[in-house]
Design a protein around this ligand. Structure first.
Ligand code: XMP
Length: 530
């Protein structure tokens, strides 16, 4: 992504932190709505996605520089189609309607929108007749991405039609006096080469935004916010070694220094050397007060004899909380708890505003809601790639910034169909180490969403090594590409890489005598095996 990032907003009531300009995206249900907010941020302006039903007073209170109305799947004429309230067009700030957003605007203001017999889906050619303000300095002919059936045939009174395409007589329009703008195409997708240029015209020239939202400004703004929230209170943070908790912890440390104590619970289910790396980075390098708890034994005791996946997760989750609570108590129960909640979690949980969403879903680091902490969530407004940018800005090592996702219950959910034991964990850790080592050496680590090994716990197969018959473990290689873990494809790892991995695993790990590759995509499979 581009350098620029966004600054999280101060909380509703009178935070005195630095504010950057913001443009709000009102969501009419389009599949690209989130992407619009991301692109706006990439242009250097803070943007947040809000439901189109948001209270107009709330918008006024935030005094954004402009509004963007997103696309949406419905026809403007469909029963129950989201309605655009005209008051949103009368706030005295510029409004840009995209696709459905433009059609809804045209409909409300008396233009002509109709369902066309032929839709326009995919790449299209935009012919600019008049550049106006919105398309000034952009090429007269450009390709763009369309996805619509309803079509604008006539602009409302006072508007100028700027452009057309084969199926859209009016593909862009504006009313400069009222600062209302509309485009039928999607500027947020990569298939619209001038999409960012159009957004920049809207943001910079029309809304008058300062394009200064960057990773550095996020750090500055968050540090100010954290100081204001926490004052001289004490703060605790559970570090997992992942990028989110690491970046959150470093931001808080920069803000309030040693008022922060990090707690790293090593449940013995981490990958090779992972615990040591966390301690080395935080305690030794960043000088962040860190309590590292060696809890391997208690976790393994609780897991003894357990094979059922959900039961494992529950045991690990509960034990994690117990351990964390003990540490918090030992620290005199700090008032504040740092959570690495991301903007995608906020959107997914429908939490939007003020709702203190604790990240419990899928996450052992998730703490129960009745814990009596006040949450500090410095990443609450950031997308994952922005968190990485902030991590880089804070000097976090590449290895941590680009770490693949790793499940909270760790290797325990990768020993399947059998008990989790120390020996098996050791075998899986060694196998995983070989795989990561070869994938990193091949320069493929970053292009994979996840790469790991699975150990079918109770399964042994026959092999022959030297002159001896062996009866050993099978290691499964699982490597996937994905954008968001909702769907995934199995990664086409090169044969020579696979060969090296298999032969190293069998040579270096005596208990392993067979290596297999998982070629299942998601769906129908899941990424993890249980
Ligand atoms: P699945 O296996 O459902 O995984 O395709 C999707 C993503 O979620 C991660 N995952 C977990 N993360 N605790 C976590 O913190 C869990 O219990 C858990 N189970 C799956 C998985 O690694 C993948 O990124």
């Amino acid at each position: 992504m581009a350098e620029a990032l966004t600054t999280p907003r101060p909380p509703a009531a009178g935070a005195g932190a630095i504010r950057s300009d913001e443009v709000l995206v009102l969501d009419f249900g389009g599949q690209y709505s989130q992407l619009i907010a991301r692109r706006v941020r990439e242009c250097g302006v803070f943007s947040e996605l809000l439901p189109h039903t948001i209270d107009v007073e709330e918008i006024k209170r935030r005094s954004p520089r402009g509004l963007i109305l997103s696309g949406g799947p419905a026809s403007v004429y469909a029963d129950g189609a989201p309605k655009l309230r005209v008051e949103l067009l009368e706030l005295g700030i510029p409004v840009l309607g995209i696709c459905y957003g433009m059609q809804a605007m045209v409909l409300e203001l008396g233009g002509r929108v109709e369902g066309a017999s032929v839709g326009e889906f995919g790449r299209s050619q935009l012919h600019v007749r008049e550049h106006g303000r919105l398309l000034a300095e952009l090429p007269a002919e450009q390709s763009c991405w369309m996805s619509h059936r309803d079509t604008v045939y006539e602009p409302p009174p006072g508007f100028t039609a700027l452009a057309s395409s084969s199926e859209s007589p009016v593909a862009a329009l504006e009313d400069v006096d009222r600062a209302l703008y509309g485009i039928q195409f999607h500027p947020e997708v990569v298939h619209t080469p001038y999409g960012s240029a159009v957004l920049t015209r809207f943001l910079e020239d029309i809304c008058g935004c300062e394009m200064n939202w960057t990773a550095a400004s996020v750090v500055e703004e968050q540090v100010a916010r954290i100081r204001e929230q926490v004052g001289d209170g004490r703060v605790i943070c559970g570090l997992s070694g992942g990028v989110d908790s690491s970046v959150a912890a470093l931001l808080v440390h920069r803000a309030v220094g040693d008022q922060l104590t990090c707690v790293f619970v090593d449940h013995g289910l981490m990958r090779k050397n992972e615990g040591e790396q966390v301690v080395a980075a935080f305690r030794d390098h960043y000088k962040v007060p860190l309590v590292a708890v060696d809890a391997e034994q208690r976790f393994l005791e609780r897991l003894a004899g357990v094979t059922e996946p959900e039961q494992k997760r529950k045991i690990i989750g509960a034990e994690f909380i117990r351990t964390f609570e003990e540490q918090a108590a030992a620290l005199g129960n700090p008032k504040y708890l740092v959570q690495g909640t991301l903007y995608s979690d906020v959107i997914e949980s429908g939490g939007g505003h003020g709702a203190a969403t604790i990240k419990s879903h899928h996450n052992v680091g998730g703490l129960p809601e009745d814990l009596e902490f006040e949450l500090v969530e410095p990443l609450r407004m950031l997308f994952k790639d922005e968190v990485r940018q902030v991590g880089i800005e804070l000097g976090l090592p590449e290895r941590l910034v680009w770490r693949q996702p790793f499940p909270g219950p760790g290797l325990a959910i990768r020993i399947v169909g059998g008990e989790v034991t120390k020996d098996r964990l050791e075998i899986l850790r060694d196998a995983d180490y070989v795989l990561q080592d070869e994938i990193r050496s091949a320069g493929m680590y970053r292009e994979l969403w996840q790469s790991f090994c699975v150990l079918p716990g109770d399964l042994r197969t026959v092999g022959v090594q030297g002159d001896e018959r062996t009866y050993g473990y099978v290691v499964v290689i699982r490597a996937v590409t994905s954008d968001d873990a909702m769907t995934a494809d199995w990664a086409r790892l090169p044969y020579d890489l696979l060969e090296r991995v298999a032969s190293r695993m069998i040579n270096e790990i005596p208990a392993v005598n067979r290596v297999v590759l998982d070629i299942t995509s998601k769906p129908p499979g899941t990424i993890e095996w249980e």
